[in-house]
Structure formats: structure tokens, C-alpha cells
Design a protein around this ligand. Structure first.
Ligand code: MRU
Length: 348
């Protein structure tokens, strides 16, 4: 029998605004804020009120539809010029996750052949709802494909939050755990805290606990010891951008875990939708890596922990080279072996 349980969702479309779970307030407060303008959406993305590659794309798509619904142009060509400008503004909010550009391009492409401004406005709203709905389906499929790699009772390590609140629903790396729960299978999740923004500690633990999934929090520095002493059988992570050869950008610290997986001879899985692939880039060297405010590492919860004026380096993502990845779990199946060839096959 299918079990019912709570799977939190972060982005809700309300026709005249976006209702967004403020992920900066979690886990202490579950607050939904209202985004009504393009600037609200840009700010929510930059300040990580919404984060996670697919959720950023979905929110930006709704944001563009919302902004366009307020344009006062009467002719289609000036409408499209305005739309392009707003698209570029949102696309610059965060550079690494390609889902943002993917969703925005899809939105703009959807109205290239419209005959009136009103038709364009309606099409944009439909397209954003479609992007949202498809992501839920895609994540569920990733969950099913991913679950086939695990057995009842496995203990699995993850980093950051590639869960339901980072997507439309279910998540990518966390989707197999929701599917396991539905099917009455027991999987144990170890969540790495994910310094400096603590998506693992604040978000992954919170959302899995909402669903009654067995989750244990560790600090990032405990990964090797935990793999060794807790019998971790695999590591699964999400992705922000996967290049044509399978190199994968994901939250800073992911690369460390991939090296540990190799050292302990356990599989290292990346779970991601096709919207996270960027086949225009040959390798991970070309992925732009976001660097964020030094305050994220000199302060913890607003309290200064490093000397004033210390030099800092705060990359938000790293790139795991394809040779450290056992398989990439997508909605279209599990990619392994020659990543370049397999990725090409999917995109052709
Ligand atoms: O900086 P964030 O929190 O947006 O980083 C998120 C991640 O790195 C996720 O693992 C990735 O976006 C996949 S979310 C399904």
C-alpha cells in the first residue's frame, strides 16, 4: 500500500504573485513570502530565499511571466524587447546553475511566434506552469531510477539540499528516499551540514524529518569517519551544471566527497534532470563558479568567527571531474561508462 506523508514544496503559483517558502528562515520558521515584481524575484534568488538549481529556474520562469503580465506595450515587437531585457536581468542573478538560463530561454522561445501581446502574456503563464509541472514529473522519475541503485537498509551520504524544496517536488538526490518511503523501504540518510550556508543542516534534515525519513546530521569534517564507521554504501548528490563530458558543478564540498568515495571504493552518484546539462560546454573548466560574500565564512548566524580583515575565498560550488562519478541518474535513465558518448546520445 502507498504511504502518505508530507513532502514540502517551496514554490507556489498564485496567479498574481509567487508564494515562496523563505529558505533563509528554515528550520526555525516556516514562512511563505509573496513575490510580486521582477526585483522581488531577483532578490529572492540572490539572497538564497529560493535556491537549488530547478527551484531557481521555476521561480525565475514565474517571475518573468509575472513581470510580462504587467507590461503596457501594444505591439509584440516592443513587448519582446522588454521581455529580453528582463530575462537578462534575472539570468544574471546567479551564474552557476544552468537551470536558470534553461528556464528563461524556454520562456522567451515560447512567445517568438505569438500574434498579440495578450496571447504572449497568456503563453508565458502557461509555459511557467508547464515548467513547474514537468519538473515534478522529472524528479519522480529520477527518484525511481535512483532507487533501483539502493537496497533496503542502505545508509547513504548526501551534501547540500537537492531535495523537494530545491525543485518542484521530490528533489533529485533526495527523490529516491521519498520513493523508498512510499514503497515502505528503509533507507538511512546521512546529511553533511554543508558549510558555509548550511543547506544540509538547515534544509535537508528539516525536509526529510517532515516526511519521517531517517536522517542523521554530521559536520562536513566527519564525512570520512562516518563512511568508515557507519557503513555508508553510496554517496548521492545533486548538480547545478553538467557539461558535455559529465563533469559536474555542485555545492562546494561535493568534490571532496567524490574523492572520499573513490578512497573507500563506494559509488558516487549524481542525480539531475536534463535541464541541468549544458552540452554547449565541453568540460567543467568552462563552468562559471559563483563566489559569494566573505561574510558567509567569517560569520556564523551573524556572529563573527574570524579576525576582521582576514583574506577569504568563498566559492559556492566546485566541479567534480567525470572520472570520479560512478553514474548520473536522470529522468531518461542512468548514464554510466563513456559519459561524453552517453550524454551526446540523450541530447541527439
Ligand atoms: O547554493 P545552492 O543552495 O543553490 O546550491 C544548491 C546545490 O548545489 C544543489 O545540490 C543543486 O542545485 C541541485 S538542487 C536539486
Amino acid at each position: 500500500m502507498t504511504k502518505t506523508f508530507t513532502i514540502p514544496q517551496s514554490v507556489l503559483w498564485k496567479d498574481t504573485y509567487i508564494s515562496l517558502l523563505d529558505q533563509q528562515k528554515l528550520p526555525l520558521e516556516t514562512t511563505y513570502i509573496e513575490l510580486r515584481t521582477l526585483e522581488d524575484v531577483w532578490d529572492a534568488i540572490v539572497t538564497l530565499k529560493v535556491r537549488g538549481a530547478p527551484a531557481i529556474g521555476i521561480t525565475a520562469a514565474y517571475g518573468l511571466a509575472l513581470a510580462a503580465s504587467q507590461y503596457e506595450h501594444e505591439d509584440v515587437s516592443s513587448f519582446l524587447v522588454h521581455l529580453q531585457k528582463d530575462k537578462e536581468y534575472l539570468a544574471n542573478s546567479r551564474p552557476t546553475a544552468v537551470n536558470l538560463a534553461w528556464a528563461l530561454n524556454r520562456m522567451v522561445n515560447s512567445v517568438q511566434n505569438v500574434s498579440s501581446v495578450n496571447a504572449a502574456k497568456t503563453t508565458l503563464i502557461h509555459e511557467s506552469i508547464q515548467i513547474h509541472a514537468e519538473d515534478e514529473e522529472v524528479c519522480r522519475q529520477i527518484g525511481e531510477n535512483g532507487l533501483s541503485l539502493f537496497k533496503d537498509g542502505d545508509s547513504i551520504l548526501t551534501i547540500c539540499n537537492a531535495g523537494s524544496i530545491a525543485t518542484a517536488r521530490y528533489g533529485t538526490a533526495l527523490a529516491p528516499f521519498y520513493l523508498a518511503k512510499e514503497q515502505g523501504k528503509e533507507l538511512k540518510v546521512y546529511a553533511s551540514e554543508t558549510r558555509p550556508v548550511f543547506q544540509g543542516a538547515r534544509l535537508t534534515t528539516w525536509e526529510l524529518m517532515q516526511a519521517g525519513i531517517d536522517v542523521t546530521l554530521i559536520t562536513d569534517s566527519m564525512a570520512a569517519h562516518t563512511i568508515k564507521t557507519k557503513g555508508i554504501s553510496a554517496i548521492i548528490v545533486g548538480a547545478d551544471r553538467i557539461t558535455a563530458n559529465g563533469d559536474t558543478a555542485n555545492k562546494i564540498g561535493t568534490y571532496n566527497l567524490a574523492i572520499l568515495a573513490k578512497a573507500f571504493n563506494i559509488p558516487f552518484y549524481v542525480a539531475a534532470p536534463l535541464s541541468t546539462f549544458d552540452p554547449t560546454l565541453d568540460s567543467g573548466h568552462e563552468i562559471p563558479i559563483e563566489e559569494r560574500d566573505s561574510k558567509e565564512i567569517t560569520h556564523v548566524a551573524g556572529i563573527q568567527i574570524a579576525p576582521t580583515g582576514v583574506s577569504t575565498f568563498n566559492p559556492a560550488f566546485d566541479v567534480t571531474p567525470n572520472e570520479l562519478i560512478t553514474a548520473i541518474i536522470t529522468e531518461k535513465g542512468i548514464i554510466a561508462g563513456n559519459f561524453t558518448k552517453e550524454i551526446q546520445k540523450i541530447f541527439n
